[in-house]
Design a protein around this ligand. Structure first.
Ligand SMILES: C[S@@+](CC[C@H](N)C(=O)[O-])C[C@H]1O[C@@H](n2cnc3c(N)ncnc32)[C@H](O)[C@@H]1O
Length: 333
């Protein structure tokens, strides 16, 4: 992993023994207890889990809420919705849990369609579930042979195969450089062009391996696959839309929690929670006080503790940030 990781807080993590409480074979939710504690301000409130996955965080939220508290789970992946709906069937029957199939970037539209405009909390646990990564047919992993797909929403959009085989040298180089923060972007791109047509994850991995020394293979493969995945799913654009949408739908005093897994995501969340904009530019009043719609609750992101990482190594790069919507423009002196 790259980026701004030096300012990680060492407190407020899940306590030992807890980390796998809500884990299933589908996915082990990260920082579960910390997320619930940080997000819930009204136990009878309405919370949106924008990245439902296997429903681990939703299950933990429902356990923490009062009987009249509700959770709506959103995912763009139909397999995730089916898994979470099966897991939380009882809560669905009780009317405490419901799902929406769609992209969290369209949060406001999805909620409007469901007849809702204000919520008490929003969770985004970004990236992929373990299930998505583990199923070779989804094409996300360089460890297993599968089609070059990488679409989280299988209903449409452009696959990784189209990008790898059709994009120009310049476009691919930019993709690996910007989304993978990959210093060997040019070399990797040349290797891909020479290997075209590339149809499987294994063929893509072989082409990338041919461009880097063995000692850097795994890091480079991770970054390159990540870069493609980000482009296929427009992940950064969707995150930016969701941050703005969250601001629009949260009631004053409501909170947003975002777990990011790399610095491209975390940087955007950090800026938005600190300044209320994605440029990272402070807006000040006449007296020089910061005007922002948020109370930033995590100046430093929260990372999983050693116990959680030992129990769930995929939690290693997770970083949680929390912010509270304030009534009007806030003065922060
Ligand atoms: C890390 S997993 C979430 C796991 C979940 N917190 C749990 O406890 O099982 C991320 C999930 O978010 C979904 N996802 C990612 N980006 C999305 C987006 N833009 N809109 C909707 N769902 C998205 C993925 O399909 C995946 O199921």
């Amino acid at each position: 992993m790259t980026g701004d990781r030096d300012d990680t807080e060492n407190e407020a993590r899940d306590s030992p023994g807890d980390p796998l409480r809500y884990a299933t074979a589908y996915h082990a939710p990260v920082l579960c207890k910390t997320v619930v504690k940080g997000l819930v301000t009204d136990r009878a409130g309405l919370y949106v889990d924008g990245t439902l996955g296997g429903g681990g965080h939703s299950a933990a939220l429902l356990d923490a809420l009062a009987p009249e508290g509700k959770v709506i789970g959103i995912d763009q992946d139909a397999e995730a919705l089916a898994a979470a709906e099966a897991r939380l069937a009882g809560e669905m029957e009780r009317g405490r849990f419901s799902t929406l199939h769609g992209n969290f970037g369209d949060l406001q539209r999805l909620l409007e369609k469901a007849g809702l405009d204000v919520i008490d909390g929003l969770l985004l646990d970004l990236g992929l579930s373990s299930h998505q990564l583990d199923v070779a047919e989804r094409g996300f992993s360089f460890m297993a042979e599968g089609p070059l797909d990488m679409r989280m929403d299988a209903r449409g959009g452009v696959s990784a195969e189209a990008i790898v085989n059709q994009w120009s040298e310049h476009e691919l180089r930019q993709l690996f450089y910007e989304y993978g923060e990959e210093p060997r972007a040019a070399k990797i791109t040349r290797a891909l062009l020479a290997a075209r047509p590339i149809e499987t994850t294994a063929a893509l991995a072989d082409a990338i391996r041919s461009a880097v020394p063995t000692r850097d293979e795994v890091k480079t493969l991770s970054r390159s696959f990540q870069a493609l995945r980000i482009a296929v799913n427009a992940e950064l654009e969707r995150l930016e839309q969701a941050l703005h949408a969250g601001l629009a739908v949260l009631r004053p005093g409501g909170r947003m929690a975002v777990i990011s897994y790399h610095s491209l995501e975390d940087r955007r969340v950090k800026r938005f929670f600190r300044y209320g904009n994605l440029r990272g530019e402070p807006v000040r009043d006449f007296y020089g006080n910061l005007i922002t719609p948020w109370r930033d609750l995590t100046r430093k992101p929260i990372a999983p503790g050693e116990d959680e990482i030992a129990a769930n190594p995929r939690a290693r790069s997770a970083r949680l940030r929390l912010a509270e919507r304030v009534e009007g423009p806030e003065r922060d002196s």
